[in-house]
Write a protein that binds this ligand. Structure first.
Ligand code: NG1
Length: 416
């Protein structure tokens, strides 16, 4: 297990000098509200008791050198042109973080060691923990202590530049998490509030056994859903007789209208973004342009199913928050199961292994289980009554080989 002491010792061993500061950024598990953030609709995640330590010592080299036993190779990125040095996928997060710190002591460099106990297989937000922690740790070493909200804001932009059109849930809960509490995040208008987790409710996370790497295929599958949701938003607004003026158009802009559930059924089952833009009379770029790249305007998107998932999932976030407040664990568990079914059947980001591990955990006594995070592999989450954790963990390991472990709601970003 990595601790402040072990990372400090490892830093001295690696660089033959003492670390000036250590940032700790936890992972997160999203309780409910999956694939909603990029539509401006709420999510309910919590920071967990596993995370990433980032030990830093500043220097005057103008170069940032990052080492980690978790990732292959050593990154050596020049502050002036950080993109040029980023080879391995994980190094692109460093380049993104450096781009978002361009104005902080621009001539300075740093040596960085990354270590921790957060699995990188997908679903527990290792990429955002790395990005948030790097931004906070490097800024501190260069003389600027960023507020957690500001570290999150910069990390969201950094990750978008890496190529995933992230909605921003992960970075916010990693920065703002609190022990014993989930964090309800609203995006339009932006707001957060803490939601206490009942004492008798426990959480287990379990690997599906399939990596959900942020490589090309997973990134494209994610970005396609982002654009399908935008296309659904403009078509629904068009059906209601108005045009969404903000950019990009989001399902949040139509979600509050009473008839929206009925109108969703009239959306095209599959259509390219190009057709949606033509029908709504708007420029195609408003749908397909991403921060880094674009989605092919001719690609057929599952507009109706994506909209049905996103809008129904937003309703489940409200219901889940109410169930937690009322201590109604049974209702909370049932909502997790409904979320999984919707992600599997409508958003289509589950896999057989995720379905299998969720089913195994339910059978072993979980109140409910669902994939967590973007899906396409990675981790599943189970809500478990206190005392049943070991049985649920054993069932998950028997189903997929593990790992599976209990997680608790924990504090967010810290500078140690
Ligand atoms: P993960 O599981 O970290 O890939 C992604 C997005 C979130 C959110 C979820 C789906 C990033 C960094 N995170 O999470 O913003 O959209 O998918 O709910 O892209």
């Amino acid at each position: 297990m990595t601790t402040l002491e072990t990372i400090r010792n490892a830093f001295s061993g690696a660089f033959n000098q003492v670390a000036e500061c250590v940032a700790y950024a936890p992972g997160r598990v999203n309780l409910i509200g999956e694939h909603t953030d990029y539509s401006g609709l709420p999510a309910l995640p919590m920071a967990i008791d596993r995370g990433t330590f980032i030990a830093v010592a500043g220097d005057e080299s103008g170069v940032v050198e990052v080492r980690s036993e978790q990732f292959a190779g050593v990154a050596r990125l020049t502050r002036a042109v950080p993109d040029a040095g980023a080879g391995e996928p994980w190094q692109r997060y460093i380049a993104g973080a450096l781009a978002e710190l361009a104005e902080v002591s621009p001539g300075r460099g740093a040596r960085v060691l990354v270590s921790g106990d957060l699995p990188t297989a997908g679903g527990l937000s290792s990429s955002s923990a790395l990005t948030v922690g790097l931004i906070a740790g490097l800024a501190a070493a260069w003389g600027e202590r960023l507020a957690p909200e500001e570290a999150a804001r910069r990390a969201i932009i950094a990750e978008k530049h890496v190529g995933v059109e992230t909605g921003g849930m992960d970075q916010q809960v990693i920065a703002l998490g609190k022990g014993g509490q989930a964090l309800r995040i609203d995006f339009l208008p932006p707001a957060t509030r803490y939601v206490p987790i009942p004492e008798e409710l426990r959480f287990v996370v379990a690997a599906s056994g399939e990596e959900a790497p942020k490589g090309t295929a997973a990134r494209e599958a994610y970005n396609e859903r982002v654009v399908a949701a935008r296309a659904a938003a403009v078509l629904l607004a068009h059906q209601m007789g108005f045009e969404i003026e903000s950019d990009p158009p989001l399902l949040a802009h139509v979600a509050d209208v009473d008839v929206v559930d009925v109108l969703v059924d009239e959306l095209p089952e599959k259509a390219p973004a190009r057709d949606a833009a033509r029908t709504a009379g708007i420029a195609i770029e408003r749908l397909t342009t991403l921060t880094n790249g674009e989605v092919d305007p001719a690609l057929k998107l599952s507009i109706r199913r994506v909209a049905r998932h996103v809008l129904s999932e937003a309703g489940r976030v409200d219901a889940a928050e109410a169930a937690l407040a009322a201590g109604n664990l049974k209702a909370f568990g049932a909502l997790l199961n409904e979320s999984h079914a919707s992600l599997r059947d409508d958003l289509r980001c589950s896999t057989q292994a995720l379905d299998k591990v969720c089913a195994a955990m339910r059978k072993a006594g979980a109140l409910g289980a669902r994939l967590t995070g973007a899906g396409f592999g990675g981790y599943a989450l189970a809500a478990v009554p206190a005392g049943k954790e070991d049985a649920v963990i054993a069932a998950a390991v028997a189903a997929t080989g593990g790992p599976a472990f209990a997680v608790v709601a924990s504090d967010g970003l810290q500078l140690l």
